[in-house]
Each structure stands twice: as structure tokens, then as C-alpha cells.
Design a protein around this ligand. Structure first.
Ligand code: RP5
Length: 156
């Protein structure tokens, strides 16, 4: 795996349209990332291997998206001490409420920073904010982004 700062994992290729918003944020901020489809249930060994490979490639933050019984972020959290951001995906008959609870309700000692249902954009931004703790250029870009958001609202 080439050097990366963020690994995006998703439980199914059907999650790709939602997770494109996280990818867009990382591209906008110039953060090196890789995206893989890996499932906690369907490909458990490959999921763990992806975490190992990503850490060896310098990964600092994991973004994990899954729908229904969404255990991907929790499993990844169990294999790394890097921050894990969970994105519950709206899929299946419960429209993401199942994934939200599965992702956010981690046992004490294993935190997953969970964004809203389909909250891929915020997941990308939260990853950038984590990386910005040690990167002044990213901090400046984040401040400019917030300013642009405010100006857009005030111009309405
Ligand atoms: C989850 O089940 C995936 O993350 C996806 O959101 C959902 C449905 O998966 P597919 O049946 O579309 O592969 O594991």
C-alpha cells in the first residue's frame, strides 16, 4: 500500500455513492487516502489485514462505513489505537437507524467517533481536523473553509 494518512473502509460497494463525499473532502484538503471495500462479516480476515497494511503505510485515521448490523467500525477499533470514525449507512428496511446504533453504542474502552447517518462529509472533515492537530497548513485550510461557509450563509 502507498503512503496514506486515512483509510476509508466500507462494508459494500453499494456504500460507495455515500462515501464519495468523504473522498471529496480528503481530495479538497490534499490528504492522501485509500478506499477499500471490506466487510466485518463477509471478509473478516481481510478487514483485519487492511488495518495492518494501512498502519504500515502510515495511516493516522480510519473512516469505516457500513449499513444494517454495522460492526465494521467496531471491529477496526478493536485492531488499532488510531482514531476510528464510524459512518452509519442508510440501507435496509430500518434506513440506517440500525447502523447508527450498531456503530455508536461501543462498549466502554473502545471508542468510535460516530457521525450522523450517511454523514460522510463530516467524517472526512473530522479526519482532516484530527490530522490538523499536527499540521498548520491543514489548520489554515479548515479555517478558510469555515469562513467560506459563513460567508455563503450571510450572502443568502
Ligand atoms: C452492509 O450491508 C453494507 O455496508 C451495506 O450498507 C449493506 C448492504 O450491503 P449489500 O447487500 O448492498 O452488499 O454490510
Amino acid at each position: 500500500m502507498d503512503a496514506i494518512k486515512v483509510l476509508i473502509l466500507m462494508g459494500s460497494a453499494s456504500d460507495k455513492p455515500v462515501m464519495a463525499k468523504a473522498e471529496a473532502v480528503l481530495e479538497e484538503f490534499g490528504v492522501a487516502y485509500k478506499t477499500l471495500v471490506r466487510s466485518a462479516h463477509r471478509t473478516p480476515e481481510a478487514t483485519v489485514q487492511a488495518v495492518r497494511d494501512a498502519e504500515a503505510a502510515g495511516c493516522q485515521v480510519f473512516i469505516c462505513a457500513a449499513g444494517m448490523a454495522a460492526h465494521l467500525a467496531g471491529v477496526v477499533c478493536s485492531k488499532t489505537v488510531r482514531p476510528v470514525i464510524g459512518v452509519p449507512i442508510a440501507s435496509g428496511p430500518l434506513n440506517g437507524e440500525d447502523a447508527l446504533l450498531s456503530t455508536v453504542m461501543m462498549p466502554p474502552g473502545l471508542p468510535v467517533a460516530t457521525v450522523g447517518i450517511n454523514g460522510a462529509k463530516n467524517a472526512g472533515l473530522l479526519a482532516v481536523q484530527m490530522l490538523a492537530q499536527h499540521d498548520d497548513t491543514l489548520t489554515e485550510k479548515l479555517l478558510a473553509d469555515r469562513k467560506a461557509q459563513a460567508e455563503a450563509i450571510l450572502a443568502e
